[in-house]
Design a protein around this ligand. Sequence first.
Ligand code: E4P
Length: 222
Amino acid sequence: FKLLLDTADVAKIAEINEYLPVAGVTTNPSIMAGSGKGVNYVLPAIVEVLGEDALLFVQALSTTVDGIIEEANKLVALPYNIVVKIPATPIGLAAMKRLQPTDIRTLATAIYTVQQGFFAAINGADYMSPYLNRIDTLNNDGVGVCAEIQHLLNQHELSTILTPASFKSNQQVMDVLATGCGAITLPVDVIEQMVNFPAVQPAVERFNKDWSAAFGDKLSYN
Ligand code: E4P
């Protein structure tokens, strides 16, 4: 299972990688724009933190098939472990189809429907990201879309790794994990919400308080 971080905030990536096994980072043009820094700054900084094997997902911006192919070739020529994110539009699907026989790895992004996901998978996308919260916001069922896609991947023995994206809550994450997805990409605030359940710290503090009331500053092995 691959845990990815959906952020370009290098300090937060370093912090979370201290306590969770972060396999890589997904970015999109909005995330990059929000960080105010381009790939030439962000990618080396992430590799410094996560190591050179870290998976770095970078989205192609071109709006033509030839343009996406050219951009993908330029991205994977960079000295990083890059997977090219391509929106699953008709143009994006055409680019995935052309990239399928090459070594270039792709992630089909902006997935809102099961059919988009299925088409991306038969075009050889290595990963695909349904936008869970955005689907929920449209009054559809993001987890249901992911579950159906995973079912089709299994049924048709397609190797695309379902990598749900776009999360706003802890519950969305727990629900989607039950679909059997092979990866997930989570924003910093959702991870922090998941690891900081409010009852935990007071429980730990109570243990320490009881111990030191009885034994002072001795540690457990003394
Ligand atoms: C992946 O990187 C997606 O682009 C991202 O998860 C979308 O998230 P959002 O819906 O919060 O913008």
